[in-house]
Design a binder for this molecule. Structure first.
Ligand code: FES
Length: 193
């Protein structure tokens, strides 16, 4: 025989416990968003660089859309500089833009016309002169000569230069196998720094 009093008191106790549970809550609270703080800490550990970081290494990811317009223009300028450093391509000179300059080959004792899309070495060889060379790609220094009028960069453009330092070119040295004239000058062949 089930006691009515027992059932009622059990039911009452259960209701009290349930009511207390919801009144008190679980005690769990959503944690504070610390993602920004973590990103700042990570950013502080990355050393400063003078070159733009590739997008996929940027803190917090992101892409081109995150880059302000001004900076994007700056990067374009740098890529143009890189192109210049890579050397110029004589094939870019249109036929009607070819210019000729009087170049005096001092040791050979002659002045010849050299086009701005022709190397000093090729022009000299066409004269039948036995000029030094090895790689013909700007990678050694066998073909080096010296512009006696001033810094080489004021008188020639190199399509490739893996051998001469800025100081060498400042003293007039050039690689005749990849050097194209941009104005008249006197050249001493077989001269290297
Ligand atoms: S022949 Fe090698 S750099 Fe000119």
């Amino acid at each position: 025989m089930v006691s009515l009093v027992g059932v009622l008191s059990g039911l009452t106790l259960t209701l009290i416990v349930v009511a207390l549970h919801y009144a008190k809550g679980t005690g769990w609270e959503a944690p504070e968003d610390i993602s920004q703080e973590v990103l700042e800490q990570r950013a502080a550990t990355v050393p400063e660089t003078e070159f733009p970081e590739p997008y996929n290494r940027g803190i917090g990811g992101g892409g081109a859309a995150a880059i302000p317009a001004g900076e994007a223009e700056g990067e374009l300028g740098e890529s143009e500089e890189e192109e210049e450093e890579a050397g110029f391509d004589p094939d870019d000179i249109a036929d009607d833009e070819v210019e000729y300059y009087e170049i005096e080959f001092a040791k050979e004792g002659e002045t010849i016309e050299v086009a701005n899309n022709e190397t000093l070495l090729d022009a000299g060889e066409e004269e039948g002169w036995d000029l030094p060379y090895a790689c013909r790609e700007g990678q050694c220094i066998s073909c080096a000569g010296q512009v006696t009028d001033g810094p080489a960069e004021e008188y020639v453009r190199h399509s490739q230069n893996d051998s001469l330092m800025d100081d060498d070119m400042e003293e007039g040295y050039c690689l005749t196998c990849v050097a194209y004239p941009t104005q008249e000058f006197t050249l001493e062949t077989s001269e290297s720094p």
